[in-house]
Design a protein around this ligand. Structure first.
Ligand SMILES: [Zn+2]
Length: 549
């Protein structure tokens, strides 16, 4: 076997050359590369049943989840996972295609471009490897692959102390279908071989802050609530005969966007407050009518709160917003009456309503189950075609389904309908996994000591990685009512699903720890050579060995 350093760099060039941009027809190539890599290892030539390339059912991009397992002398098991898709390279400009060719030619071209002072300094130092995916996260994979190969030799000789699963996944930069499907493969392997999983290592890039390398012991949760507001239409010349949905959507926006009441905090770390991504009415043509509906959706990052808690709070806020706006329009009307003699209504009275998607569906079904189900399945099938053809995305598809269900419900009062749009990333704290408490902390301690001892490298850790990661699908941090979540997620079903029961059964703590990398997702993505080729392999090996003890 060649020198480890040489192998890591060789694999990096090969796997980066698979231009596996997320959700494109090239993404599968990196999956095939991994599958082939495993197949070629002599151990798997002897045990072909211990590796495979699982095709994701119904995937429009024909992506797969490759997997491989080394069976050792105890049931104690380590898992390496992480994504093999990358973000696009449009920001490389004319070097768009070259960005996948790691090596001196790419570096020479990048050096001719307008680098900022820090990037220029790094370029001149020659200490960095540049290119799309070198840090996020093909570099980390190549380190783990080089180790995996070495462990396969030990397994071959009957000397591997424990078991080792490798499971690289697609689609992390988009919807994480890879890890959601991968969880099912893990469950099958864990049950089949009665494995006792110690830890999953996801070698996502580490940041370098004040000279220290980062390690994350958990991952933030991300959920996307959709708010659909329906008012009462009227000719604008009779505006007091109607009420605009934008009035109450505005109020809900102001109560939620950047609202600190939604910020979870834990041990000096806080999730950022919610940010709205879209806010608009649903009018497509111009006329002098108050719009019927307005909608928006926002991203809410969280640690501990569950979808149910979030939904309950949004229901309260929505009802308050509706009531306040209904009172306000009456107050405005009372003032208007003083200056217009033809305004002769005594009062404007509304009976506002708030539903979750699940509640509205339930209400419709209670009187018209058959008719609605037929209607709904047609709507859903249409949306499925649109998503698969790339004509829409999950949040907008969710909006469309919600509108169609509201059309069917034929509501007449000012109403707010609430739902969730995929993807949903549950929060996981790697130290709070039941029965495996402090697993991530223990891993950090091994790494901190090893990196310091061998390389003088300082490591710091955080409880929650804020960048959203596949760690969300390794364990259920805070159990909640899974059915209620799926009923309130209009796209849930063939279009999108999370097997929470399987994830709960897997119950795997994890850490995120990889090569020191700067500016990933940018055209100046670069990873520190010494970190990738020298430090990470040694430190990671010490960690893995310690987990089998
Ligand atoms: Zn990543």
């Amino acid at each position: 076997m060649k020198d480890r350093k040489e192998r890591i760099y060789q694999y990096l060039k090969e796997v980066c050359a698979c231009n596996s941009v997320s959700c494109t027809h090239d993404e599968y190539k990196a999956g095939d590369w991994f599958a082939e890599f495993f197949r070629k290892i002599p151990y798997f030539q002897k045990h072909p049943e211990l590796t495979g390339n699982f095709m994701i059912p119904g995937d429009p991009y024909h992506r797969s989840v490759p997997w491989a397992i080394l069976l050792g002398n105890s049931k104690k098991t380590v898992i390496t996972s992480g994504h093999f898709d990358v973000v696009g390279t449009d920001n490389y400009g004319p070097l768009k295609d070259m960005a996948f060719q790691v090596g001196p030619e790419l570096e020479a071209e990048l050096a001719k471009r307008d680098l900022d002072a820090e990037a220029r300094f790094d370029m001149n130092s020659g200490e960095w490897i540049w290119g799309r995916g070198v840090g996020d996260m093909k570099g980390g994979h190549c380190v783990h692959l080089a180790l995996f190969e070495e462990y396969a030799e030990l397994a071959d000789k009957g000397e591997l102390p424990g078991c080792y699963i490798y499971l690289p996944v697609p689609d992390e930069e988009s919807y994480s279908v890879g890890m959601r499907e991968g969880a099912k493969i893990l469950r099958r392997l864990i049950e089949q071989y009665q494995l006792d999983v110690q830890l999953m290592i996801i070698p996502e890039p580490s940041n370098w802050v004040n000279g220290k390398q980062s390690l994350s012991r958990g991952t933030v949760g991300k959920i996307m609530p959709v708010v659909m507001a329906q008012g009462v239409t009227a000719h604008v010349g009779h505006c007091f005969n109607g009420i605009s949905p934008m009035n109450f959507l505005c109020r809900i926006y102001q109560r939620t966007n950047n609202a600190l009441e939604f910020c979870d905090s834990y041990d000096g770390e806080a999730a950022v407050p919610p940010t709205w991504q879209k806010f608009r009415d649903n009018k497509e043509l111009y006329d002098v009518t108050i719009p019927l509906r307005a909608y928006g959706y926002f991203t809410l990052l969280h640690f501990e709160r569950t979808p149910e808690q979030i939904m309950n709070r949004l229901k309260e806020i929505s009802m308050e917003a509706l009531k306040e706006e209904c009172e306000l329009i009456n107050a405005q009307y009372q003032d208007y009456k003083k200056i217009d003699k033809s305004a002769d209504k005594e009062k404007i009275v509304y009976y506002p309503e708030v539903y979750t998607f699940g509640e509205l569906v339930e209400k419709i079904k209670s009187t018209d189950k058959e008719g609605f189900e037929k209607y709904y399945s047609e709507v859903y099938a249409g949306i499925k075609d649109d998503i698969e053809a790339g004509r829409t995305n999950y949040p907008d598809a969710t909006v469309t389904i919600m509108q169609k269900v509201m059309d069917y419900a034929d509501l007449k009062q000012p109403t707010v309908l609430l739902g969730f749009a995929p993807p949903y990333y549950p929060a996981v704290n790697g130290d709070a996994v039941e029965g495996k408490e402090n697993a991530a902390l223990k891993a950090f301690e091994v790494i901190e000591k090893s990196a310091k001892e061998h390389f003088g490298r300082e490591t710091f850790n955080e409880h929650y990685f804020m960048g959203i990661s596949d760690g969300s699908y390794t364990a259920v941090g805070h159990p909640f009512d899974y059915d209620k979540f799926s009923l309130n997620t209009p796209c849930y079903g063939q279009l999108y699903s999370v097997d929470f029961k399987t994830i709960e059964a897997n119950n795997i703590p994890f850490i995120l720890y990889g090569p020191i990398t700067k500016e990933y997702h940018q055209w100046t993505e670069r990873t520190l050579k010494k970190s990738l080729l020298e430090e990470l392999p040694v430190v990671t090996k010490e960690l893995i060995d310690s987990l089998w003890k």
